[in-house]
Write a protein that binds this ligand. Structure first.
Ligand code: 5GP
Length: 213
């Protein structure tokens, strides 16, 4: 069994991560999305266990202490964290795993990988979605109409700081029309799946099976 990839997708809030991830999930049933945990209140329409696992601060802190998170970060006054076990189980089962997180958390995973603290260091790919300009990002945050003016302003300030990190990622896509973004993300994934370093031991047999199928 070939272990799956961990695809970390970051962008400023409103940068299009969620839409892109949904399109990739619809494209390939082998891809799984990580449902992460947060202490922020659900937005209208958001469901526990679907959009996020919504936790109290006390429960979140208990899980930090228990080592349940691959990474966690504080963003705009709330905790966000990635359940470690789900990610590792899905990769071990051969699924490619999409993880949409902000830049501090992504940086922590990159550090963990570099420091040998992640079981599949060769399987991590990082992707940054760069909005073409701040005005468009602001427009998207407003169109979402889910946040107060104060929250939108805070998110825009955070976005400026986040944008400075794009070069730390393996790939960057300057976002445009969603079909364009999806086509680029698919191309990246397809190429990464073809990397010779990812061919498992006994690779000759694997190559032949792939060629014959
Ligand atoms: P929102 O409140 O808009 O749902 O999310 C705020 C930011 O936190 C977004 O950039 C989102 O991708 C990110 N985020 C969601 N889950 C996690 C997580 O588990 N860890 C980290 N570090 N960021 C997350």
């Amino acid at each position: 069994m070939r272990p799956g990839l961990l695809i970390i997708v970051s962008s400023p809030s409103g940068g299009g991560k969620t839409t892109l991830c949904h399109r990739l999930l619809a494209w390939d049933p082998n891809i799984r999305r990580v449902i992460t945990c947060t202490t922020r209140a659900p937005r209208p329409g958001e469901q526990d266990g679907h959009d996020y696992f919504f936790l109290t601060r006390a429960e979140f802190e208990r899980r930090i202490a228990a080592g349940d998170f691959l990474e966690h970060a504080e963003y705009n006054g709330n905790y966000y964290g990635t359940p470690r076990r789900f990610v590792e189980e899905q990769i071990a089962a051969g699924h490619d795993v999409l993880l949409a997180i902000e830049v501090q958390g992504a940086g922590k995973v990159m550090e963990l990988v570099r420091g040998g603290g992640f079981a599949y260091p060769e399987n991590v790919i990082t992707l940054f979605l760069v909005p073409p300009n701040m005005a468009l990002l602001e427009q998207r945050l407003r169109r979402r109409a889910q946040d107060s003016e104060e929250t939108i302003q805070k998110r825009l300030r955070i976005a400026e700081a986040e944008l400075a990190h794009w070069r730390e990622y393996d790939y960057a896509i300057v976002t445009g029309l969603i079909d364009h973004d999806v086509a680029h993300a698919k191309a990246i994934l397809i190429a990464e799946r073809c990397r010779t370093k990812r061919v498992p031991a006994g690779g000759q047999a694997w190559v032949q099976t792939e060629l014959l199928s």
